[in-house]
Design a protein around this ligand. Structure first.
Ligand SMILES: *Cc1c(COP(=O)(O)O)cnc(C)c1O
Length: 470
């Protein structure tokens, strides 16, 4: 029997019309976070190729991707080094596991390289297939840590309202998205939440740093309410991504750190978006001034070219797990997948070679901040903020009073629609329009993006005026 049949791959993907793709899509493909019924009546936009910071759809329209796919394509599309790394590894060893006292060169190299770019004290890496699995790993690891230390009553993990930590049972529980909690009996036990450090909602008119200290004090209130001896960890994104690019005041994270230290609880930084250069440092905790015990990563670790996630494990937890813990009863088939890890290695080396972290910190990050601030002269824009290459603007009904649009006017979706129709991918989270473009973006491309943003804001304003929303 011939057991290695050679089938010629088709030279081009099967050609169908957009309508045919849309019909097959709605007949068979259940999309994540999507109202299937609503989408079927409209039809998906079929994205067929990409290069650098641009996408093309099946109708040949070009789009500037100001969201890096889904916060992940940090090095931009079409990077040959990543394509070659995957191709080489697929030929040499497409898969082997790490369960039974085995490892593969790429998994070892990726762990070593990630340890070299993380802040001091992170010498170990646990791999998963996604950010959600990374945060599930965090829950199991944190609770295991306290077990090993003889404090099994420390079970409670504190997250934040409107935080996002993924969509598995534990990930969605750690997150504070009310819509997600409303489905499927979440959160799971022993996960509680405090309010987010969103000044527009919780501290308008306050001094910024005073508000940061106040928002951090909610953590101490919660620790005391739960009972400090029961609290295992606090988890947060340095900058909340999916929640709407909520950038905390400078005073917030150092104060969170102080409170965690005071009660001896573990600090977990979810770096799935902020990691790998997004904020102008390798990790968001470096920008925000905290020293976490664990860091979740995914997305930017491979620039989204292939799924990979994991947890960087700091000294305190690693020591307990390794020296006292025995077997940690946890892992995934794809923990340390050789192809994904080979792409991670190529990606991190490329970020280093292109000096993308410095590019964001010293060049395009400050330039974006300046350009975004200039949007405040637009009648619809209430506030803007950026951190590295993440940015948000709040659309308001009345700038002078900071009045937002009433609930029945989904101004964010109106604006997003104009963006989509005019060659720009910008995301709406409620009334906040957000961007997180590829880190390879140039100043000229920022100018190009800003012109598109202004045009779409004007179109949104015209709608608001015409419909009497304003
Ligand atoms: C995307 C995201 C996750 C979940 O990652 P998946 O790979 O989608 O499972 C977790 N945390 C943050 C901060 C994220 O943005």
């Amino acid at each position: 029997m011939q057991n290695n049949i050679v089938i010629q791959a088709p030279a081009v993907a099967q050609k169908r019309t957009t309508r045919e793709w849309q019909q097959a899509d709605s007949a068979h493909f259940l999309h994540p976070f999507t109202d299937h019924h609503g989408l079927s009546s409209k039809g998906s936009r079929i994205i067929t190729k990409a290069e650098n910071i641009y996408l093309w759809d099946s109708e040949g329209h070009k789009l500037l991707d100001a969201m890096s796919g889904l916060w992940c394509v940090n090095v931009g599309y079409g990077q040959q080094a990543l394509i070659d790394a995957a191709t080489r590894q697929l030929k040499e060893l497409p898969f082997y596991n790490a369960f039974f006292q085995t490892a593969t060169p790429p998994s070892i190299e990726a762990a070593e390289l990630i340890s070299s770019v993380t802040p001091p004290g992170f010498e170990h890496v646990f791999f998963t297939g996604s950010g959600s699995e990374g945060n599930d790993t965090v829950v199991r690891m944190v609770r295991r840590y306290w077990d090993i230390l003889g404090q099994p009553e420390r079970q409670v993990i504190i997250g934040r309202v409107n935080g996002y930590h993924g969509s598995t049972m534990a990930g969605a529980s750690l997150g504070g998205m009310s819509g997600m909690h409303a489905q499927g009996g979440l959160p799971i036990p022993n996960i509680v939440h405090i309010d987010q450090p969103y000044q527009f909602e919780h501290g308008r008119g306050m001094d910024r740093d005073a508000f940061g200290l106040k928002a951090a004090s909610w953590l101490e209130d919660k620790i005391l309410a739960v009972g400090p001896e029961k609290v295992a960890a606090f988890i947060g994104e340095p900058v909340q991504g999916a929640g709407g690019v909520i950038i905390p005041p400078k005073s917030y994270w150092p104060e969170i750190q102080r409170i965690c230290d005071k009660y001896g609880i573990l600090l977990v930084s979810d770096e799935v978006i902020c990691g790998f250069g997004r904020t102008g440092n390798w990790f968001g905790c470096e920008t925000m001034g905290s020293k976490p015990d664990l860091m979740t990563f995914a997305k930017g670790v491979t620039s989204g070219y292939i799924p990979l996630g994991g947890v960087a494990v700091g000294g305190r937890v690693a020591k307990a797990l390794i020296e006292q813990g025995g077997e940690f009863q946890h892992g995934f088939t794809y923990s340390g997948h050789p192809v994904a890890c080979a792409v991670a290695v190529a990606n991190i080396k490329l970020i280093q070679q292109l000096k993308l972290v410095e590019h964001v910190r010293d060049d395009v990050g400050p330039y974006l901040a300046q350009q975004f601030a200039s949007l405040r002269d637009h009648p619809l824009v209430g506030e803007t903020e950026t951190c590295g290459l993440m940015g948000a603007m709040l659309l308001v009904k009345d700038k002078s009073t900071g009045t937002t649009f009433p609930g029945e006017v989904d101004i964010g979706m109106v604006c997003r629609g104009h963006c989509f129709a005019n060659g720009l991918i910008m995301r709406a989270v409620g009334d906040r329009m957000i961007i997180a473009p590829p880190l390879v973006m140039t100043r000229a491309q920022i100018d190009e993006m800003m012109a598109l943003i202004r045009r779409c804001l004007d179109l949104t304003l015209a709608d608001a005026t015409k419909n009497g929303w304003i």
